[in-house]
Write a protein that binds this ligand. Sequence first.
Ligand SMILES: Cc1cc2nc3c(=O)[nH]c(=O)nc-3n(C[C@H](O)[C@H](O)[C@H](O)COP(=O)(O)OP(=O)(O)OC[C@H]3O[C@@H](n4cnc5c(N)ncnc54)[C@H](O)[C@@H]3O)c2cc1C
Length: 379
Amino acid sequence: MDFDFDEEHELFRKSLEKFVENEVLPVAQEIDEKGKFPHELFKKAGDLGYFGLRYPTEYGGTDGDSIMFCILCEELARGSLSFATGVMMQALQSTHFPFKSGTEEQRQKYIVPAIKGEKMGAFALTEPDAGTDLGSLRTTADKDGDEYVLNGTKAWTTNAQVADFFTVLAVTDKEKKLRGVDFFLVERDNPGLTVGKDVQKLGLRGTETAELVLEDCRIPKENLLGEEGTGYDSLMDILAEIRIMTGALSVGLARSALDMGVRYANERVQFGRPIGKFQAVRMKLADVATELEAAKFLVYYSAWLMDKGRKCTKEAAMAKLFATEMAVKATDEVSRVFASYGFSMEYPIQILLRDARFLIIGGGTSEILGLIIGRELGL
Ligand SMILES: Cc1cc2nc3c(=O)[nH]c(=O)nc-3n(C[C@H](O)[C@H](O)[C@H](O)COP(=O)(O)OP(=O)(O)OC[C@H]3O[C@@H](n4cnc5c(N)ncnc54)[C@H](O)[C@@H]3O)c2cc1C
């Protein structure tokens, strides 16, 4: 039994802490207020190799393990959940499928520059009428000679406005239901692909989110990622990782909320003493800290299982469910400690309160995670 991070992990965390203190925290509020993708910060993240953390060195990556990736997500989310989510989308969802199933030429053309931050990717799965229920996907990909023709509309595509390429999920064989869906690589300037306008969101305002319209969008047949009919299995393969990393984002965001709460409770004086001296306030923050610690263990334990190559479907779902709900609760509790100042746009706790809502949606809603855990229990 060993609860210590190894030296490489510790050094990586320390370097991230510095990056977050010096580069992310000073602009976090501005990122939220502007509601625009933070290009400069992304460039720095690319230069520092964050997008290539889980990819082999021969493609410019650093071959890091899942624990390392958790540390990245946690520390960046402590600075800005918008930025951290954007980094995770680039380093995981948007590049995973072209890397795993793309040709060597596609890896060189998309993955190598994506790792450097020179090309942005986006991941288009959700549709206006198909979120959790992938069985009702309507976007189709029909084979026509040496091409596929894509038609349909995607919703909620993160970073769509700035993406150079998209990983798009489409139906190749309606009869086969979930076994008849596949991932395709579509370039931004491919005729037939249109990016809609930015969705105005409650939180995560430093990510730009849009609808994608595919209208007789013809792509070469080589842009099918993997064998036809394998899209669903490929997606299932990566879900545990997405869930663990979303748990890590939640831990980072909640740490930031707790820090703000403790600082404020020590500074704010009512009835002649800092409010942190009142038992009710102290208990509130003690509960936040305790649940945060529990979430951290679930997240890192799941990542450890993944690094050992062990099955972790249940643990990853638990980690995401517990950590994301914890983050929502933590931001709510800390906001109560701030009272009216938590309601003011001047104090950053309001950003965390809004941003945290995303965590309980993306990567599987809490309800769905409950169903998965139940299934794993044999129910
Ligand atoms: C900021 C943001 C960024 C996003 N970025 C991306 C992206 O880059 N790419 C992408 O493809 N998608 C993205 N999404 C979409 C996200 O993945 C979906 O919103 C998510 O899958 C849920 O789908 P939905 O919103 O359509 O909800 P629905 O599936 O309609 O669910 C609505 C409610 O019903 C519940 N529900 C549904 N089915 C069941 C069931 N069987 N049992 C019990 N309860 C059920 C859900 O838990 C939820 O509470 C993003 C979303 C947000 C908010």
